[in-house]
Design a protein. Structure first.
Length: 106
């Protein structure tokens, strides 16, 4: 199983095993990672699963859908490497990927 790394705003690091096919949000929730609120349950309508993806990994992700882009525009503290983790699926190619969680989701 690929390992996914979540880094909270305070620097706390959580390295978890991820099931391929689950969203990165679901992986965080299943592993009780703080800072991924996921208020809408993964329907791309809340932006509380926002994360900043390490640049190397960001470039490897499929492009966001139009819906995700629209939600990201309304997210707090959006950056060029922002993604909604409910829209990013776990694959074997993401082994070691790092997602930084924003302060707004503490
Ligand atoms: S969980 Fe709501 S947009 Fe991702």
């Amino acid at each position: 199983m690929p390992k996914i790394v979540f880094v909270e705003h305070n620097g706390s690091r959580h390295e978890v095993e991820a099931e391929v096919g689950l969203s990165i949000m679901q992986v965080a929730v299943n592993n009780l990672v703080p800072g991924v609120l996921a208020d809408c349950g993964g329907t791309c309508s809340c932006a509380t699963c926002h994360a900043y993806v390490d640049e190397v990994w960001f470039r490897r992700l499929p492009l966001p859908s139009e819906d995700e882009q629209m939600m990201l525009e309304g997210a707090l503290e959006q950056r060029s490497n922002s993604r909604l983790t409910c829209q990013v699926m776990t694959t074997g190619q993401l082994d070691g990927a790092v997602f930084h969680l924003p302060a707004s989701q503490c």
